[in-house]
Ligand binder design. Structure first.
Ligand code: BGC
Length: 924
């Protein structure tokens, strides 16, 4: 057994080739299962070619042996080392000073690896080599022009233009990078093959401020002689429908893209192809219409085989227009993983509720598109509709899509023009689709469990003709959870699918109706669970920039980011507070201090906004500026207006109370963040502010006897959960009152988006894990298990009663069956049922604190932290013992807290033990 560094990443990414940050952070973890494994020193070496690195010629960087346990986020060049500097480095001489890391030049290509010294001072072998490249972000690097079709996109229903550029290469390249960006959804190809596996390129940002430049390694697709670059450009987030049926072209009415192909040959020469008006385009291609909300229309008769390959006669194609009438933002690096196809699901069942309308069930509410083998004569029209639920008669329930048509239309083509588009990375998995016309919508996406096919088939579609392509942002699964209760396991699966369906470029509220927006409130309550489920470090780093881009000059964060509301939306408690909660959660989950440094001023400005609207009394007003809030959104008791929207005034939990509680919480987080990044004066100031706000909160909302204004479950939950009352006697009374409010309703919740995530964690923290488990495992409405038992839920629902067999569907006006907010229970499942949480930021120290509850005999949870996999499994054994098995990853330590036992400190490695079991029962 030995130690080896693995999982090398630059800026959270594996082998990225278009970094904007010229001093990227390098990280690795140790593969070392020995007891007490840890790193005592490391050495990073870097070279400008793979061969040099292999030969030990470290021409870019050699840190030498650095005595340090740290394996995360080591900034390029920040360690003085023995290595020389090469032309890839922006500045020569002067040495590599800790204080002033040397930036790399644009396009610098860096091959690096690392070795470490273990706990006994023995060196490891070298890690496998990793690679990163800096993108062309210096002024003048991009010579390409923004091109598009001549036609503005004001109207819906316009065809997707196709662009091509033929060029000749003297030889096959040794290296080729295709850089591209777009205002719209761009799909690029090289000699007829997709340039990369990414979809919805370049992603969604506030295009007026920044637009990502993406890159693909296309060397394997190029050859000596004639080559062709192809591009299709749909409206996407830039110009497609957004928010309302008639709200289009939010960022502009001219879609455009740029592309720059940079090719290097073996003899050291190079060749560049750029987008300009020499490219040709046509609007007579097969994609007749494409929109995220409404769907795609594809006429296979209009396919032009070979249009993006050499030898095609582009007759009648027009000269591309250089588009000046567009935003002029800075190009930025793509920080997060792209949206990609992730998985194929087979259709499990076919029904025919109406003659000729075939409904397929995937058995899982999912997000993406179908992949269909279709049979029809040329010109036959086939309509594809989507639904998350079925009506009692087996037809699609689509009312909850609101105005999103979410309908694709496929017109069959000639057999000769059979659609054989290849899906890079999926070649093997599609082989089960029968030879046929295969259609997979490209410029739209849907949220669905069921699809309906109808139209002029020559043979009715079978289950084998239908697959579901699951699409979402790339983010590796890190968490796993299982316990003896199958309903809890199903819930865990459901909340994972909620994240998969909605982490789509930005964390959206829902994936199916005419909304799909980056709501801060929903994201704020779910982010901790999300960070257990999957590695979202890069995803959230990107979204925090969207949040910061949307922040108002006065410090108010918005309701959604990117902000596309054509009306004012900012400063709402529990929503805007995501601007501080998200970076703090990222710091706790990944130890990422940079996200705190980058956003600290924005976070502080937000708290000052609270301070301003609250005024000298430090209580957020119930009238006037800063007084309107969503409150405890969708709380069960909320009275609703005639449109089914909760009425704010008179809603169970007073919104001024909630807002003041969030004010205190955000001030506290900003104080902690300041401390973490060494801003001591700020830390003191915000901590004092938090204390004063908490005192004001108590004066205004808490009676001397410990009653909280409004006397709602959520009122007690925020008061206790945010630590707004410290006096133990008052705390005890509040816990008792909270328990009463739950127990007197037979364990039923009255909480909404803001209160629900706190229920089980707060009850557990204050000695009522018994009640937490009772609520968690409740089967009657409203509860998590009710959705599964009564509604066969496979994702989280927007409302506790989005559907019930007794009352049917909830208000269609807002009735998503893929809404992750209530999935925030996931954090408690990992932390309390399983028993894993970070004791220190980034899991440098891990807290194992399972609370084995009544009715659960065993549980296991594991988490791939940045240091390696932490796992725990416990089982109640006969004789009143509890068997616990855990793994503490290398380079970390742990604290184990078991009910009724003294906490114990544990070093890295595997630990197994059996202890006397203490019943989880009421502790007060
Ligand atoms: C979204 C919610 C969001 C809410 C705020 C809804 O339309 O789907 O999840 O929190 O608006 O009002």
């Amino acid at each position: 057994m030995s130690c080896i560094p693995v999982g090398l990443v630059a800026e959270f990414l594996e082998n990225p080739i278009c970094l904007e940050n010229r001093t990227p952070r390098l990280s690795w973890r140790l593969d070392d299962s020995r007891a007490g494994a840890r790193q005592t020193a490391y050495r990073i070496v870097a070279a400008s070619s793979a061969a040099s690195l292999e030969a030990g010629d470290h021409d870019l960087w050699d840190t030498g042996k650095v005595a340090s346990e740290n394996s995360l986020d080591i900034v390029w060049g920040a360690i003085q080392g023995g290595g020389g500097l090469s032309s890839a480095v922006g500045r020569r001489g002067g040495g590599l000073e800790t204080a002033s890391p040397l930036p790399l030049r644009s396009r610098a290509s860096v091959f690096w690896r690392v070795m470490v010294w273990d706990k006994d001072g023995n060196p490891s072998p070298w890690s496998a080599a990793a690679h990163f490249e800096i993108g062309p972000f210096a002024p003048g690097d991009i010579a390409a022009e923004w091109i598009g079709s001549a036609r503005p996109r004001d109207k819906a229903g316009l065809p997707v233009p196709m662009f091509r550029k033929a060029f000749t290469l003297a030889a096959a390249p040794v290296k080729a990078r295709l850089y591209a960006s777009a205002f719209g959804d761009l799909a690029m190809s090289v000699n007829g093959s997709p340039a990369g596996a990414d979809l919805f390129v370049p992603g969604w940002t506030d295009y007026r401020r920044r637009v990502p430049l993406v890159a693909w390694d296309v060397a394997p697709l190029l050859r000596a002689g004639e080559n062709v670059l192809g591009a299709m450009l749909a409206d996407g987030w830039f110009a497609g429908t957004m928010v309302w049926p008639d709200h289009r072209c939010h960022y502009g009415n001219r879609t455009a893209f740029l592309a720059q192909l940079e090719v290097e040959f073996a003899d050291g020469t190079s060749h560049v192809v750029v987008s300009d008006d020499s490219w040709r385009y046509t609007e007579r291609g097969p994609v007749r219409d494409a929109d995220h909300y409404n769907g795609e229309t594809y006429d296979a008769r209009l396919e032009m085989p070979g249009w993006d390959a050499p030898g095609f006669a582009a007759r009648g194609w027009r000269r591309a227009a250089v588009v000046e009438d567009r935003p002029h933002p800075a190009l930025c690096g793509r920080i997060a993983g792209p949206v990609r196809r992730q998985e194929l699901l087979p259709a499990r069942r076919r029904t025919e509720p109406q003659p000729g309308r075939y409904v397929f069930d995937f058995g899982q509410n999912m997000v993406g598109v179908p992949r269909l083998a279709l049979h029809g004569r040329p010109g036959a029209k086939i309509t594809i509709r989507y639904a998350e639920m079925l009506n009692p008669d087996g037809t699609l329930y689509t009312a909850n899509y609101r105005t999103a048509k979410s309908t694709d239309v496929y017109i069959c083509g000639l057999a000769a023009t059979k659609n054989t588009k290849s899906h890079k990375g999926f070649a093997d998995s599609v082989s089960s689709v029968p030879e046929n016309e295969t259609y997979e919508p490209r410029f739209t996406y849907h949220g669905f469990r069921y699809i309906e096919l109808s139209g002029e088939f020559s043979a009715p579609p079978e289950c084998g003709d239908v697959q579901g392509v699951v699409i979402h942002s790339d983010m590796a699964q890190t968490g796993a959870f299982e316990c003896s209760d199958p309903l809890a396991n199903r819930l865990w699966s459901n909340l994972n699918w909620g994240q998969r369906g909605n982490y789509f470029e930005v964390p959206t509220d829902c994936p199916q109706r005419d909304e799909r927006l980056g709501w801060l409130g929903d994201a704020q309550v779910f982010v901790r669970t999300a960070a257990y489920n999957r590695n979202i470090a890069a995803f959230m780093e990107k979204w925090m920039r969207d949040i910061a881009d949307a922040q108002h000059a006065d410090g108010a964060f918005t309701d959604i980011a990117p902000d596309v509301f054509p009306f004012e939306n900012h400063g709402h408690c529990g929503y805007a507070d995501a601007g501080v909660v998200v970076p703090w959660t990222m710091y706790m989950a990944y130890g990422d201090k940079d996200i705190l440094r980058e956003h600290f001023d924005a976070m502080a400005r937000w708290v000052r906004w609270w301070e301003r609207v609250a005024g000298p009394g430090l209580v957020v007003p119930y009238r006037g500026e800063g007084s309107w809030h969503y409150g405890d959104w969708l709380a069960v008791d909320c009275p609703v207006d005639e449109d089914g929207n909760p009425i704010r005034e008179g809603a169970p939990t007073p919104t001024d109370l909630l807002a003041t509680a969030y004010f205190a919480r955000s001030a506290g987080i900003v104080a902690d963040a300041a401390r973490a990044i060494g801003r001591t004066a700020d830390a003191r100031r915000f901590a004092a502010l938090r204390r004063r706000v908490a005192a004001a909160y108590r004066r205004e909302f808490v009676t001397p006897g410990g009653r909280v204004a409004g006397d709602t479950q959520t009122g007690y939950l925020v008061t206790l959960g945010f630590g707004l009352v410290e006096d133990p006697e008052t705390v005890a009374r509040m816990v008792d009152r909270l328990a009463f409010l739950v127990e007197s309703r037979d364990g039923s919740l009255t909480t909404g988006f803001l209160g629900t995530p706190l229920v089980c964690p707060v009850l557990t923290r204050f000695g009522r894990a018994d009640l937490a488990y009772r609520i968690f495992r409740r089967r009657k409405y409203p509860s998590w298990f009710f959705q599964i038992l009564d509604g066969d839920a496979t994702t989280m629902w927007e409302r506790w009663n989005s559907y019930s067999s007794r009352h049917g569907f909830g208000d269609a006006n807002m009735n998503s069956f893929n809404h992750y907010a209530y999935g925030a229970i996931g954090e408690w499942m990992y932390e309390t049922v399983g028993g894993i949480s970070p004791a220190e930021p980034g899991f440098r120290k891990i807290r194992f604190a399972p609370v084995p509850g009544v009715g659960i005999d065993w549980a296991k949870a594991s988490l791939l932290t940045r240091h390696g996999t932490a796992s725990i499994r416990w089982r109640k054994s006969s004789g009143g013992r509890l068997a616990v098995d855990l793994v503490v990853p290398p380079n970390t330590t742990a604290i184990l807290e078991l009910p009724g036992q003294e906490p114990r400190e544990l070093p890295s490695g595997r630990h197994a033990m059996a202890v006397r079991r203490t019943c989880v029962r009421r502790q007060r």
